[in-house]
Design a protein around this ligand. Structure first.
Ligand code: FES
Ligand SMILES: [Fe+2]
Length: 426
């Protein structure tokens, strides 16, 4: 048995991620986790929040970029800032509540006051403090860009433009947004928070895993009438015409639509209040909108922290090498009849209650299994050799049971982890 040991920041890191197998250390080594927080989470574009969460000037939301606390704020001129949530006096985190509206941020420690764009406005008893230029003590800023209302930020000193980083993933992104009337999608209220005792990449390994549903979600599959559904939860996922795509930059897509030609609503199982709401929508001439109540059937995963699952956004927050928090945000269709959003609530709480616990249980079991040092490797060879590749080499297609998406995102991850990253606040 070989034992892989080296400095996590060295080029030898590549030994840990081979085409057909992955070493347990990338899920269990705290030093590797610490390096990920800079080379993956600080140096890549990460999803921070949706513009609909901060509609008014002064609105803000506190979240994390990896483990770095950040604030997304709406300025008086309507622009969106992403700032480091860290007082420039002695480092106190300014806002600990999830969000709110504030004309200014007053540090609770010694009262330094900052504007929503991060500028230092005031220091108490300034005569004692030899600061001549307040602009040198603004909050740290991140490079910030939006796509279709979704806000991304990075500490990379020289990031590629957001649209290039999204690349081929924009097709699926547009598909998900454009099906909402007027292309208008919003994020509802506050997220449901889930935590599991496991590494954050376990949620990535699972995001495009079309095989596990047959086994891990067996109880969900047998619950309800439509056991023989042709959705991704089909009993024989190897025979479905659904496809998975492994894209550039670690992004992944599972397109379930080829497996459900009759449309997603037809596969919908019973949920509370389905009948009266369906009746109301059909009677009002909105039968064509029923498919909006279910997910787009295109699962898009944007590496490293945003998954589109059904009508939810799942945001991955790494907490420690063996602890991960998941934010589940329900999205609404503001320009559709209200019954659609009520149905979306019912549909989305279904899988979260009866399916998601299976996934979390599997993640925790994997993490426990990976704690055994004498068993070093994880097999990732299903579906090799990888399927067809687009002309520019940007996309690998395969059946949904292939582990090609996992191989592809881990190859991108390895590139990030072996490339020294220059990160800085602006
Ligand atoms: S640490 Fe913020 S004002 Fe002192
Ligand atoms: Fe699952």
């Amino acid at each position: 048995m070989t034992t892989v040991s080296f400095d996590p920041a060295s080029a030898d890191f590549g030994q840990l991620v081979q085409p057909h197998r992955v070493h347990r250390r990338i899920y269990t080594d705290p030093q590797i986790f610490d390096l990920e927080m800079t080379r993956v989470f600080a140096a890549s574009w990460c999803y921070v929040g949706h513009e609909s969460e901060i509609p008014e000037a002064g609105d803000y939301r506190a979240t994390t970029l990896g483990r770095r606390p950040v604030l997304m704020t709406r300025d008086r001129d309507g622009s969106v800032n992403v700032l480091l949530n860290r007082c420039t006096h002695r480092g106190t985190v300014l806002a600990v509540e999830a969000g709110g509206c504030a004309k200014r941020f007053v540090c609770p420690y010694h009262g330094w006051t900052f504007a929503p764009d991060g500028q230092l406005l005031a220091i108490p008893f300034p005569a004692d403090h030899p600061v001549e230029d307040y602009s040198t003590l603004s909050l740290g800023r991140l490079a910030t860009a939006s796509y279709r209302g979704f806000v991304f930020a990075t500490l990379n000193a020289d990031p590629e433009p957001l649209e290039c980083w999204l690349g081929e993933a924009r097709d699926a992104f547009d598909t998900i947004v454009d099906r909402h009337p007027g292309g208008s999608i919003a994020v509802m209220g506050s997220p449901q928070l889930l935590e599991f005792v496991g590494n954050w990449k376990l949620s990535w390994d699972n995001a495009a895993d079309g095989l596990h549903a047959t086994f891990a979600h067996e109880s969900y599959n047998t619950l309800g009438e439509k056991v023989d559904t042709e959705t991704v939860l089909a009993r024989d996922p190897g025979s479905t015409p659904m496809v998975s795509k492994a894209l550039r930059n670690g992004h992944m897509v599972v397109d379930q639509r080829p497996g459900i030609p009759q449309g997603p609503w037809e596969t919908m199982r019973k949920v509370p209040f389905r009948e009266p709401m369906e009746y109301a929508l059909v009677n009002a001439g909105h039968a064509g909108l029923l498919n909006l109540a279910t997910g787009s059937m295109v699962n898009l995963s944007l590496f490293p922290n945003l998954l589109f699952v059904g009508n939810q956004l799942l945001v991955i927050e790494p907490v420690a090498v063996d602890r991960t928090r998941l934010q589940l945000w329900l999205t609404s269709a503001p320009d559709a009849p209200g019954e659609i959003d009520l149905l979306r609530l019912r549909v989305d709480e279904d899988f979260v209650n009866f399916g998601t616990p299976d996934d979390l249980d599997m993640f925790e079991r994997v993490q426990r299994g990976l704690s055994i040092p004498e068993m070093e490797w994880i097999d990732m060879s299903r579906g090799l050799p990888d399927g067809s590749v687009d002309g520019d080499g940007s996309t690998i297609y395969g059946p949904i049971t292939s582990e090609a998406p996992q191989r592809r995102y881990l190859a991108h991850y390895t590139t990030l982890m072996t490339t020294p990253a220059v990160t800085r606040a602006r």
